[in-house]
Design a protein around this ligand. Structure first.
Ligand code: GLN
Length: 308
């Protein structure tokens, strides 16, 4: 019996027939082991999500079909996806999407993957928007995937949003996301460094809210980041000079030219940066009060500054 089985396997392999006898659960187990051997955290969950993606089914479906066969093209695609993840490519770049603020965003290696803590910017901007009347003008700097601009456009149906980024490819992704959420007609995208592409627009002194999740990692810390971030996410979206506050400094300096009186600047920041950023705000007399918000992990994450 056993030798017959081995023989039949050999013949199959020899004849290069597809291997028919991998079930979904076996495929998931093998993949989870391979991913975990390569240092992937949540290896099993990622294996399931990759298989869901390849089969275009949700995880609930997988659970009720674990003894089905995985074969042919699907097996090949799954193995390809698992190999990529085993090389520590982020799951989101392999499946091409990430959820943010309850919306599905397309992501490619040209954009930073939206992070849950960035939703604090949305919460904070919405709280401010509630207290203001009339259509708001909002600027989103370093828009990347457009997750902030698009989420705000969805939530604030009368807001006009201007979004900038230095990367033309990132703007392509952001435009795709704006179209997918039907808000493209209220977001204008511009390529360039921070406010620079807005010089010729008549928006000086007219902006209600500026939001931004700028790069904020210290150049020297790049090597300490997990492989997924260090090796795959765009370096320009991550690194901001030797202190990690280089981009914040320029934003804090220029924002008052664009904000209305009592306009608001909302910036995400890295752990331990709130003191340095607060000092920059205090140095500029155009700002009045400011506050620092903590994320769900208790880390000071967002700075909200009010222009006088
Ligand atoms: N605004 C995008 C985000 O928050 C991109 C940020 C960036 O590229 N630094 O995810």
């Amino acid at each position: 019996m056993t030798s017959w089985w081995i023989l039949s396997r050999l013949v199959r392999v020899r004849l290069q027939f597809p291997v028919f006898d991998v079930t979904l659960i076996e495929a998931i187990n093998n993949a989870a082991q391979k991913l975990s051997e390569n240092g992937v955290s949540n290896a099993r969950l990622d294996a399931e999500l990759l298989l869901s993606h390849v089969l275009n089914k949700n995880r609930a479906w997988l659970i009720t079909h674990i003894h089905d066969a995985l074969e042919g093209k699907n097996l090949q695609f799954f193995e390809g996806a698992v190999d990529r993840r085993a090389r520590r490519e982020p799951l989101q770049y392999i499946i091409g999407k990430q959820e943010f603020w309850g919306l599905e965003f397309r992501v490619t290696p040209d954009v930073l993957i939206p992070r849950p803590e960035t939703e604090l910017i949305i919460e904070s901007a919405l709280a401010i928007a509630r207290d203001r009347h009339g259509p708001l003008t909002i600027i989103d700097l370093c828009t990347g995937s457009g997750c902030i601009a698009v989420s705000l456009a969805k939530e604030l149906p009368s807001a006009q949003i201007i979004a900038t980024d230095t990367s033309e490819k990132a703007l392509g992704v952001a435009r795709t996301n704006a179209r997918a959420q039907n808000v493209a007609e209220r977001i204008r995208f511009f390529e360039g460094d921070l406010f620079e592409p807005l010089e010729t627009l008549a928006v000086h002194g007219r902006v209600d809210i500026i939001v931004t999740n700028p790069p904020y990692i210290r150049a020297g810390d790049l090597n300490t980041l997990q492989a997924e971030v260090r090796d795959y996410e765009p370096e320009t979206a991550l690194i901001a000079g030797p202190d990690g506050t280089e981009v914040h400094r320029r934003i804090i300096g220029a924002a008052p030219h664009y904000l209305k009186p009592r306009g608001i600047l909302i910036m995400e920041m890295g752990m331990g940066q709130s003191g340095a950023l607060a000092a920059m705000i205090r140095e500029q007399e155009q700002y009045g009060s400011f506050e620092v918000l903590k994320d769900l992990a208790g880390i000071e994450r967002v700075l909200v500054a009010r222009k006088r």
